[in-house]
Design a protein around this ligand. Structure first.
Ligand code: HEM
Length: 352
């Protein structure tokens, strides 16, 4: 782990206290992509065609293979894949980091100093250096052509694939935001109710199924004791542990996260610790068994609106992997800037 513990504690604490801001929603085109991509089970190429025609109308330039022929003869997606793979071979946990970064970048605008990146829920997002490396490799071939937003999207797809998930096509053509404010960050807290979380996703044009699928991202990666301590020792100020948590699992977590510890110890998000970097549906089986680590993860296995979906995903790894990629594409279409809006950043760390 490369995290600085005191920093993590500070930002993690404020995740619980953070007020949510309402944001205007205007995702009618995303809605269309969602509706049209669902019934397709057979061919990503077909999905690509649909997205291309849809995004032609909806997002201006967002389309499959947007950079083909725009970066001399280089294949931008291949460059990003190569950079991510090189890092993955040294540190497999980078896959989880990049998948999470994609979520944060889609829900907000993560890049930029004194920006959204510095807001508390984004504090433990890691992997920026991989994005920097991919950006540097691309800038060498075609300066100021490829956006950081697209690099993050392509890197997340590489992470899913390298982690053992299914390859999916990603539409590109995003441009980078010129505004990045910590106060704009509207990420759901892990202790938000299922209703609140459904609403948070709905504000971004994503539905309940998207939410259940995307939370499957928690099949990989880590959280920290701070996020589970209240569930272990004082759930909702009862002085007791969360009754929805499997008692044997609670004992295990208590050993890892003793009462009054500083909360900075990393713990896997997926109770199936055999391989915490493996993209598969094991997360859903764990939460059905009461072994969800984050409160929201546990709750989707119990809530009548989501339990059926969780059970289906738990039963079919192939189905999960296909649908997860499609949900990532839908998430990647949230509030994108295309055409002449925004900019192509020189550095992913700062607005030009
Ligand atoms: C209601 C929505 C969500 C909540 C409340 C949530 C919450 C969290 C929290 C609290 C952590 C641990 C942070 C830490 O301890 O430093 C985390 C990690 C993670 N999240 Fe989520 N998350 C949500 C949605 C998503 C989505 C949509 C994805 C991706 C599709 C995702 C992927 C990840 C991954 C991969 C990690 C591990 C990162 C790592 O190991 O560095 N999350 N999330």
């Amino acid at each position: 782990m490369t995290h600085q513990v005191p920093e993590i504690i500070t930002h993690l604490r404020s995740v619980f206290t953070k007020k949510k801001k309402k944001k205007k929603k205007s995702e009618t085109c995303l809605e269309k992509i969602r509706k049209m991509s669902r019934p397709i089970t057979g061919g990503l190429a077909f999905l690509g065609l649909i997205l291309m025609s849809l995004t032609g109308q909806c997002f201006g330039a967002l389309q499959m293979g947007f950079y083909k022929g725009k970066c001399n003869s280089a294949d931008v997606e291949e460059i990003v894949f190569r950079v991510v793979k090189a890092r993955f071979l040294k540190d497999r946990s980078i896959a989880a980091a990049l998948i999470r970064m994609h979520f944060h970048d889609c829900f907000v605008r993560v890049n930029g100093s004194r920006s959204e990146k510095t807001s508390p829920p984004n504090g433990s997002v890691r992997g920026y250096e991989v994005i920097d490396a991919a950006k540097a490799a691309i800038e060498k071939v075609c300066p100021r052509v490829v956006s950081c937003a697209d690099i993050i999207t392509i890197a997340a797809r590489a992470a899913v694939f390298l982690g053992g998930g299914k390859w999916y096509e990603v539409p590109t053509g995003r441009r980078d935001g010129r505004i990045s404010l910590a106060s704009d960050v509207d990420l759901p807290s892990p202790s938000l109710t299922v209703t609140g979380t459904i609403q948070a996703f709905a504000r971004k044009g994503l539905d309940v199924e998207d939410m259940v699928l995307l939370l499957g991202g928690h099949t990989v990666g880590v959280t920290h004791c701070l996020f589970v301590q209240n569930r272990l020792y004082n759930f909702q100020n009862t002085g007791k542990q969360d009754r929805t948590m499997n008692p044997t699992f609670a004992q295990l977590l208590k050993r890892r996260c003793p009462r009054n510890s500083n909360g900075g110890t990393p713990i896997p998000l997926n109770a199936n610790t055999k391989n915490i970097n493996q993209m598969d549906n094991s997360f859903y089986r764990q939460i059905l068994g009461g072994r969800g680590v984050l409160q929201i993860d546990q709750e989707i296995a119990l809530d009548s609106r989501t339990r059926g979906m969780v059970k289906k995903l738990a039963a079919n790894n192939q189905d999960f992997n296909i649908k997860f990629g499609k949900a990532m594409v839908r998430m990647g279409a949230i509030e994108v800037l295309t055409g002449t809006k925004g900019e192509i950043r020189r550095s992913c760390r700062a607005i030009n």
